[in-house]
Structures are given as structure tokens and as C-alpha cells.
Write a protein that binds this ligand. Structure first.
Ligand code: ADP
Ligand code: ZN
Ligand code: MG
Length: 476
């Protein structure tokens, strides 16, 4: 660590649960609707309106807790977090405080510095979101959109376990992967469905006591998490090295200047006066309910990665790439189940398939069965690997069976000895100097001749047969 300082980071991540409706009322939780159209007496906090917990949200929250190895408590308490802010019409947010839904979980992730590392999950609780203040709609005025008010969230709090901004980012990527896999959230930071508050302190290497921390908010991408933590860590170190002290406070990150500034004190409320919400009974979850959520969890990324590596004899890196996204992992397995060689399928998925998905953004366009057939055509020598890429692109764009498409493109490899002999003859005739050098012992020119035959045949020559014909025809 630079200058004998150790960085200590803990993250609080808010994740919007993938539900159709809000946490305590029937309003739509959809993103992007016209402002203030998804509101009702409950989420507007009108007098007399009573909240009712959203069962689907509770299911997803419990699944998230189980996916993170937490203990889910049979009884938890909804509490009011009181503060005044224009986008909070009730004057409080319903959250959980002293008795959260779940505690004591963990998540392993790949630290760039320490290899496989484990972050502890201190707690995971359910809460509702506040509305949104819009400062860019009307000049010099603040507009309020209450559509987000009451949208279901979980907050996932780690221990002070990360030792670098890079580790914090790696954890977040892993967390996002798990939550996406399990269908808990779309984790789209641009829509605000995943938000991170980052706590950071520094201490002298070797110290065991934690230093005074600051909390950085307003970070809207994982890259900015890393940057914000880096500038704040550096600011604290400079302060301490100059004989100053870190003040515990909340800071806002400004990505334009890559700097942090203190939140206006008005915006900060240290005392939320939490108390149990009198409108909501304790949340009681039966063992059956929790057990059912466990059965509804899919195989999670870490498990799938290990299984892929073992079952398909893949390297860990390849297995990690193939399992990073659940849809891609399932696609890969479907290609293998359709009869493709596991290693060849892995190579195709990691190159052509992912590149195509990235370029077109409309999913995995070549059906798994078609890719398996295409891989079979390459294996059987019917088309070259190069030509197969063209077939792949064509099938992706217009569909069709790979063999038919290969025929239509005229790339079926020619294994006819007579035709091959004619191409070989043409190549040897055109390169007498190379033929002479080959004769004088430059046997590595075989690759050159083979390349020329492939070129002359416009990729259609069966390379193995072409080499055999070349060996016959070249003087030894
Ligand atoms: P607060 O009371 O400010 O909310 P908490 O103890 O609840 O603080 O912790 C909030 C987050 O800050 C957690 O992720 C925790 O791991 C992290 N954290 C707590 N103390 C420190 C510290 N000294 N340095 C870095 N992170 C910390
Ligand atoms: Zn409502
Ligand atoms: Mg706290």
C-alpha cells in the first residue's frame, strides 16, 4: 500500500427489486413513465392510507438473501426512517433498522490483488425508495417526480472488507452478476436500479483499529465507484500526512471534476429517529416460504463456473467468460447438448457469438442447434473455419440451416482430388522460385503453398487434402 497506508472500504448497495408494482401499494414500479403518473394515496402519504407489503418483493428479497448466504430471520421489523426532504411526501421512508430481514452472509469475488476474496454481508434489509428531485427541468426551480416513491429496494451492506477501490469494483460486478442470475433485479445503474454508497477510511499498515470513515454518495457507475474511492482515499492520506484529521462526513462525488465535496449539511440528517412502523405488523416468514425461495434460485455463477470447468474440461478463465451471463451460459450448454464438441463450442461462443451479441444487442441470434451443426461441418471438413465464420454471420442475419447457407455461399470445401490437383498445379506454376527453394530444403514453404491454394480456391479447398496433394506434387 502506498506510503504505508492501508485502505478500508465498506459498501452499501441499494438494488431495486424486479416487481411490477411498488413495495406497499399497487402502483406500477415501471421506469420512465410520465412524472407523477404512478402514484396513489399510499405512496403519496395521504392521511389514513395504509401500506400492504408486496409479496413478490418479499420473495425476491429472500432469494437475494439466500443467494448471498445470509441467515433469513423468521421475524423482522419495518421501521420508519424519518427525515424531511421535498421528494419524500410522507416525511419518512419505510425501511428496516434494528431487526433486518437477513444478516451474516458472504460473497466471494476475484480480487485483482488477493485472488479469491470473501466479503461479508452484514445485513440485507427491505425498504422503499424516495421520489426524485429534478433540477434540470425548469430554470431555477426544482421539479419533483414521485413515480419512484415506494418502489421496492433491498439494501445490502458489507463489512469494511475491501482493501482497494479495485476490490470494491470487483465485488460489485460479482454482486450484480448474482442478482441478475437470480432474477432479483435488472441492476441497471442508468435507471437507478442499482446504487452504491461507498464508505472509506485509511489506516497505517499493521494497525488493527479502523480509521475515521467518510461516505461517498452520488456515484453512478462502477468505474466511478473506483475513481471516487481513489480520490477520496488519496484526499484522506494527504490530510493525515499533513497532520490533519479525517472528519466523518458524507461526500458527493462529481464525475465531471473527479472530485468529492461535502454534502450540504441541510441535506444530511444524522438522526433519523427510527421507530417501528405502527401501520405494519412484524414481517413473519414461515420456514416453508423461505425454503420455497431457496428451491427457486437457479444455479449461481460461482457454482456454474466450477461445474463448467469440470464437466466440459475448460480452463477457469473460459468457464468464467461463459458463465458471466446466465443467458450465455445456458446457450453454451444448449450448443453442447445439441452435439457440439465442448471445447469448440466454447471457442465459438467466446468469439463469434459474443461479438455478434455485442454488435447487435438483440440477443443470441444463431440458434444453439444451428451453431452445433455448423461446428459439425467444420469438424467434418465440409467447410473451413474461415468460411464457417461467414456462414455464422449469414445465419445470424438471415437465419437458415448452416449446410444450406454454406452451399448458397459456395463455401463447401472441395475434396475432389482432380479439382484440388488443378488448383495445386496452378499455384506451383505461378511460383517457380518458391518451388526451387522448397526443393533446396526450405520445407517450411509448405505453409506458403497451402495458403496460396486456399487463396486460389477462395477458401474452398479442403486444407488437409490440399496438403496431401501438395506433398505429392512438390519435388522432394
Ligand atoms: P453508519 O453508522 O455510518 O451507517 P455503519 O457501521 O452502519 O456506519 O457502516 C456502514 C458501512 O460503512 C458498512 O458497509 C461498513 O462496512 C462501512 N464501514 C464502517 N466503518 C468503516 C470504516 N472505518 N472504514 C471503512 N468502512 C467502514
Ligand atoms: Zn401508490
Ligand atoms: Mg449504517
Amino acid at each position: 500500500m502506498a506510503g504505508g497506508w492501508e485502505t478500508v472500504i465498506g459498501l452499501e448497495t441499494h438494488v431495486q427489486l424486479r416487481t411490477a408494482s411498488k413495495m406497499f401499494c399497487g402502483c406500477s414500479a415501471a421506469f420512465g413513465d410520465p412524472p407523477n403518473t404512478n402514484v396513489c394515496p399510499v405512496c403519496l402519504g395521504l392521511p389514513g392510507a395504509l401500506p400492504t407489503p408486496n409479496e413478490q418483493a418479499l420473495k425476491l428479497a429472500v432469494r437475494a438473501a439466500l443467494a448471498l448466504g445470509c441467515t433469513v430471520h423468521p421475524r423482522s421489523i419495518f421501521a420508519r426512517k424519518n427525515y424531511f426532504y421535498p421528494d419524500l411526501p410522507k416525511g419518512y421512508q419505510i425501511s428496516q433498522f434494528e431487526q433486518p430481514l437477513a444478516t451474516e452472509g458472504s460473497l466471494s469475488y476475484l480480487s485483482p490483488e488477493r485472488g479469491l476474496a470473501t466479503a461479508t454481508i452484514q445485513r440485507l434489509h427491505v425498504e422503499e425508495d424516495a421520489g426524485k428531485s429534478l433540477h434540470d427541468r425548469f430554470p431555477k426551480q426544482t421539479a419533483i417526480d414521485l413515480n419512484r416513491c415506494g418502489v421496492p429496494l433491498i439494501e445490502i451492506v458489507t463489512g469494511p472488507d475491501f482493501r482497494s477501490p479495485q476490490e470494491a469494483r470487483a465485488y460489485l460486478l460479482t454482486l450484480k452478476q448474482v442478482l441478475e442470475y437470480a432474477g432479483i433485479s435488472d441492476c441497471d445503474m442508468e435507471k437507478g436500479s442499482l446504487r452504491v454508497d461507498a464508505n472509506v477510511s485509511v489506516r497505517r499498515a499493521g494497525d488493527t483499529a479502523l480509521g475515521t470513515k467518510t461516505e461517498v454518495k452520488n456515484i453512478n457507475s462502477f468505474a466511478y465507484v473506483e475513481k471516487a474511492l481513489t480520490v477520496e482515499r488519496d484526499r484522506q492520506i494527504a490530510l493525515l500526512e499533513g497532520g490533519g484529521a479525517v472528519q466523518q462526513q458524507t461526500l458527493l462525488y462529481d464525475s465531471k471534476t473527479n472530485g468529492v465535496r461535502p454534502q450540504r449539511s441541510k441535506e444530511e440528517s444524522h438522526d433519523y429517529r427510527y421507530f417501528p412502523d405502527p401501520d405494519l405488523p412484524p414481517l413473519v416468514l414461515t420456514e416453508e416460504f423461505v425454503a420455497e425461495q431457496q428451491t427457486l434460485l437457479p444455479e449461481l455463477p460461482a457454482k456454474k463456473r466450477e461445474r463448467f470447468a469440470a464437466q466440459y474440461a475448460l480452463g477457469v478463465t473460459d468457464a468464467a467468460v461463459l458463465t458471466a451471463d446466465r443467458a450465455v451460459a445456458e446457450y453454451y450448454e444448449a450448443v453442447v447438448h445439441a452435439g457440439a464438441d465442448a471445447k469448440a463450442a466454447a471457442n465459438w461462443v467466446m468469439t463469434e457469438v459474443l461479438a455478434d451479441a455485442k454488435d447487435h444487442g438483440d440477443g443470441l441470434r444463431v440458434p444453439p442447434g444451428a451453431l452445433a451443426n455448423l461446428i459439425g461441418l467444420v469438424r467434418g471438413g465440409t467447410v473451413s473455419h474461415q468460411a464457417a465464420k461467414r456462414v455464422f454471420a449469414e445465419v445470424a442475419e438471415h437465419g437458415g440451416e448452416p449446410r444450406n447457407v454454406a452451399e448458397a455461399l459456395g463455401v463447401i470445401q472441395v475434396a475432389d482430388a482432380g479439382v484440388l490437383a488443378a488448383w495445386v498445379g496452378e499455384v506451383l506454376g505461378a511460383h517457380p522460385a518458391e518451388v526451387a527453394r522448397y526443393k533446396n530444403g526450405e520445407k517450411k514453404l509448405m505453409q506458403f503453398f497451402l495458403g496460396q491454394v486456399m487463396k486460389t480456391s477462395r477458401g474452398k479447398a479442403d486444407p488437409k487434402l490440399a496438403q496431401r496433394v501438395l506433398e505429392e506434387k512438390l519435388p522432394s
